[in-house]
Design a protein around this ligand. Structure first.
Ligand code: NAD
Length: 248
């Protein structure tokens, strides 16, 4: 895989799960990684320590992405560290909530859209001045945006919105040499996924997949690192399914 040395990357929600694995994967390729977190300062610092121990460069920085002005604050903090050039943005931070139509509250709906859609939208907007030629923006969508999997109505709608943003951002940022893509994972073994917590859940997940094991964060992070790399230079506006063949 390409050498990302000399490149700068911001990964949101990088203290655990897919974000953590992505931060480590980008650092292994040589990128300087900004490890964003919401509240888990200790976990983010341990990701930074792991990267530095392996000889890489990393810094932790926080912002509660449920707050309207958080992307603006985060972008300012990013510029204070990397200066005028960010090469890779992995907009990974997200929340989920399973609820039937009848049980979905306005508060849950608004929170889901605030963190999963509003925050990445305005983060891209605020980082535009320092994203340039060769830049790569990677969103994290989900299989639930294109297939019905359980009572995830509002959450699935946020990922549908993400898929739409990928197309619009890719179309408008292409002339500046910036690529915009998303990965769409299936079930992944992280804190977020209720499927992976019980044997019955794992069996259900595997029954949806062609490949019969449960994905780990690295399965997704490796594709994120690929999309960030020069090998993916001709891929933009795409939503790459990384789901072991889910719901074929
Ligand atoms: P996770 O819960 O382990 O990680 C989510 C990350 O987002 C955490 O680091 C968390 O701190 C951060 N975050 C959440 N709310 C935040 C806020 N208000 N401010 C700042 N940070 C916040 O789960 P994960 O599975 O690693 O999720 C990463 C992404 O992958 C999400 O966008 C999720 O929707 C997507 N995804 C996950 C699965 C799965 O099965 N786990 C499947 C498809 C897509």
């Amino acid at each position: 895989m390409s050498n990302l040395s000399g490149k700068t990357a911001l990964v949101t929600g990088a203290s655990r799960g897919i974000g953590r694995a992505s931060a480590l994967a980008l650092a292994r390729q040589g990128a300087q990684v900004l490890v964003h977190y919401g509240r888990a300062a200790g976990e983010a610092e341990s990701v930074v320590a792991e990267i530095r121990k392996a000889g890489g460069r990393a810094e932790a920085l926080s912002a509660d992405l449920a707050k309207p002005d958080a992307p603006h604050k985060l972008a300012k903090d990013v510029r204070a560290i990397v200066g005028e050039r960010l090469d890779i943005l992995v907009a990974n931070a997200g929340i989920s909530k399973a609820a039937k139509i009848e049980d979905t509250t306005i508060e849950d709906f608004d929170n889901l859209f605030a963190v999963n859609v509003r925050a990445p939208f305005f983060l891209v907007q605020q980082l535009l001045p320092i994203l340039g030629q060769g830049g790569s923006v990677i969103f994290v969508s989900s299989v639930v945006a294109h297939a019905v999997v359980g009572p995830l109505y509002a959450y699935a709608a946020t990922k549908g919105a993400v898929d739409t943003l990928v197309k619009y951002f890719a179309a408008s940022l292409g002339e500046r040499g910036i690529r915009v893509n998303a990965v769409a994972p299936g079930v992944v073994d992280t804190d977020m996924s209720s499927f992976t917590k019980t044997e019955a859940g794992r069996n259900t997940a595997m029954s949806l997949q062609a490949l019969k094991r449960i994905a780990g964060p690295d399965d997704i992070a490796d594709v994120i690192a690929f999309l960030a790399s020069d090998e993916a230079r001709w891929i933009t506006g795409d939503i790459v399914r990384v789901d072991g063949g889910s719901k074929l």
